[in-house]
Design a protein around this ligand. Sequence first.
Ligand code: PEP
Length: 251
Amino acid sequence: MMRKYYIAGNWKMHKTVSESVALAKELAKELGPCGERVMVAPAFTALSAVAEALKGTNIVLGAQNMGPDLQGAHTGEVSPLMLKDLGVVAVILGHSERRHSYLETDALINKKVLLALAQGLEPILCVGETLEEREAGKLEAVVGTQVREGLKGVAASDLARVTIAYEPVWAIGTGKTATPEDADAVHAYIRVVLESLYGKPAAKAMCIQYGGSVKPDNAAELMAKPNIDGALVGGAALKAETFGPIVKFRS
Ligand code: PEP
């Protein structure tokens, strides 16, 4: 059977509602009924309008973050109930910008992962080391801890709805990509951690995306690696001319 890849675009804090709708429509036209699973995550403010623009397409709607509670006195937070209400299917959690700029901890991210799953959303759990951690030989310890702590309490029966995105912090938005070999080695290590938690078949079946300066000209060689099952794309997801060719990396 041909492998199906999961390619997600994180639009971060970019685009007004009308700009977001325009990109969503361009992508729908450009991608058509493509064989990969495609997700886009616009800003919260554009979710509703993008949901409308994506109706009848195969592109899945995602959010870039989510609050750790269902409702209540949590000023500034957005609950999974609100996301579901808009047609959101997937949610990016623990992105390195959330971990580093907003000091999100593994415990907080784990709370969000469990809540997303309980609410029927599909979390993408982001993990990755900084350059300092990599150079200090701590890559496996850091990534292993983020995977273990992020998945704490996740039932084996829910694992298939979780995606892991390996995003080395030093490769995000910097133009530096991990070599396909280096990325694949970390993905393989993540599978070892998953195997210790959930057994071999579940670890093998898990979707692990790579993220960090994925572009049209490096997507195919990354996707060719046995342990890389998709991509989480930032900068290059902001234009149909660059996101389209990444999704269509086979052609
Ligand atoms: C990201 O933010 O998840 C990301 C990988 O960004 P970029 O593609 O711009 O490096």
